[in-house]
Write a protein that binds this ligand. Structure first.
Ligand code: GLY
Ligand code: MN
Ligand code: MN
Length: 464
């Protein structure tokens, strides 16, 4: 964890941003996998980690905006816990490590909240995403589970987003560590991309690297020769010479900061002509976006100009036609690039998505564009120095979508459907880097995972 004063200062700042009342931040608890004592891998809530830093079960934080003090609720280990789990640090000691002076037993949380309700004080909470915390808040506040999102505090949501969006140097170091693990995962995947290899073996090896060096993968690994399926979690195939293997995989550092990289590799070690032509467009797109990213520019405008780079490359290949700007305005590029350019990244791989994408990615000035493809852009607003983002353009050939658009004549003025027929087994290419926005541009986080065709071919063929 970071130094105690980091957490104390974060809570102090939060109290300045929220006008009055009490803020309750429940930590996560273990969730049963197939019976109560056999649980999923524990993952602490990210906002709890940000303000209270403690990475274990059974805690809740209370921040008193009016009174100014912070309280941590939890229970000290019983002798039975010690028998099963070994000696435990006291709650008081743990609290001190994150700058909290006052602790109480977990059951006292109910008394504090009940008394605040009697006094008519405002109680701020974030929209809960786990059933266990929904039930807890329902019991604490007397608000039905189905209404909790509606009654969650927009003021708190906005305050938390404003703080978590700007990463400090300690957080950037954690993200760089996660990127270092991600780098190793991707190089390993490239080296394993030989004909006959089982996708599952490669995915499992990458997961092993993430677990051996950090807290594990930051999301379920996407690894497939069907890269045109955007989030394909099936790893059942065997690699075939001449196919492309798309790997979207990242790691969490021990403190749970994420990385999120994608690379696309030719099985067997060499891009064919058709693959290389499309790959060069995706590479031009990611490099174009990186060259545009800087504080003060909206990510929506970068998404759209990157779509123009893709459309113009596809026009040169004869797959698109007509005026490139008009094509993008009409959303024709989305046949090939049907998702957003990227998202914020931090303690969550899609950072703060639980707090509401509309607040994380947009503001009054920049509103979402409701058009197929661009509607999936998670981050559109003006960038600020300290934002950590992904830059992840892709080009996909999705047979079902091609057939649908062709039969409905969607954007027929901009698409050469005839020529597209020979691309229907191509698959897809996505490239994804992680970066931090600066006043003058952006800085890649971690060493760049091999990305040029030459670098990739060299990595596949030189297994060290
Ligand atoms: N790994 C999911 C994404 O790139 O957003
Ligand atoms: Mn990704
Ligand atoms: Mn991503």
């Amino acid at each position: 964890m970071f130094r105690a004063e980091i957490y104390r200062n974060r809570r102090k700042r939060l109290k300045e941003l929220v006008t009055d009342g009490l803020i309750v931040l429940p930590g996560n608890v273990d969730v049963p996998m197939n019976y109560a004592d056999n649980t999923y891998h524990f993952r602490q809530d990210s906002s709890f980690l940000y303000y209270f830093g403690l990475d274990f079960q059974g805690l809740a934080g209370l921040i008193d905006v009016d009174g100014g003090n912070d309280l941590l609720f939890g229970d000290d280990a019983s002798i039975e816990d010690v028998i099963w789990m070994g000696p435990q640090v006291s709650l008081q000691e743990n609290a001190a490590r994150v700058g909290v002076d006052k602790t109480e037993s977990y059951s006292k949380l109910f008394d504090h909240i009940a008394s605040a309700i009697r006094q008519g004080r405002r109680i701020h909470f974030l929209p809960p995403y786990r059933a266990e915390n929904k039930l807890l808040l329902q019991e604490l506040l007397g608000i039905q589970c189905s209404k909790l999102k509606e009654y969650s505090s927009l003021e708190l949501v906005k305050a938390v987003i404003s703080m978590r969006s700007i990463k400090d140097s300690g957080e950037l170091n954690e993200i760089r560590t996660a990127c270092g693990i991600g780098y190793e995962m991707h190089v390993k995947a490239m080296q394993m991309a030989t004909p006959g290899a089982w996708e599952q073996t490669i995915a499992g090896t990458l997961e092993g690297i993430a677990r051996a060096k950090g807290s594990g993968p930051s999301y379920p690994i996407i690894l497939s020769q069907h890269g045109e399926i955007l989030h394909n979690h099936q790893h059942t195939g065997y690699l075939k010479e001449g196919k492309l293997m798309l790997v979207d995989a990242g790691a969490e550092s021990l403190m749970h900061y994420a990385s999120d990289f994608t690379r696309t590799t030719p099985v067997g070690g060499k891009f064919n002509q058709q693959q290389r032509e499309v790959y060069e467009i995706a590479l031009a797109a990611i490099n174009h976006a990186a060259s545009k990213i800087k504080a003060g520019t909206t990510y929506q405008s970068i998404h759209l100009s990157t779509a123009e780079v893709i459309a113009s490359g596809l026009k040169e290949l004869g797959l698109m036609k007509g005026d490139v700007k008009e094509a993008v305005k009409n959303g024709a590029h989305a046949l090939f690039f049907p998702h957003g350019l990227g998202h914020m990244m931090g303690l969550d791989v899609h950072d703060m998505e639980d707090l509401g994408q509309i607040y994380v990615g947009y503001d009054d000035e920049t509103r979402p564009i409701d058009q197929f493809g661009t509607a999936y852009l998670r981050l559109g607003k003006k960038l600020e120095a300290g934002y950590v983002l992904t830059n992840e353009p892709g080009i996909y050939f999705i047979p079902a979508l091609i057939d649908k658009w062709r039969s409905e004549k969607t954007n027929a003025d901009f698409i050469n459907f005839e020529k597209l027929e020979s691309y229907k087994t191509f698959g897809g290419i996505r490239l994804e880097d992680n970066l931090v926005v600066t006043e003058t541009g952006c800085e890649l986080l971690g060493n760049r995972v091999p990305i040029t065709p030459e670098e990739i071919e060299e990595t596949i063929n030189n297994k060290g």
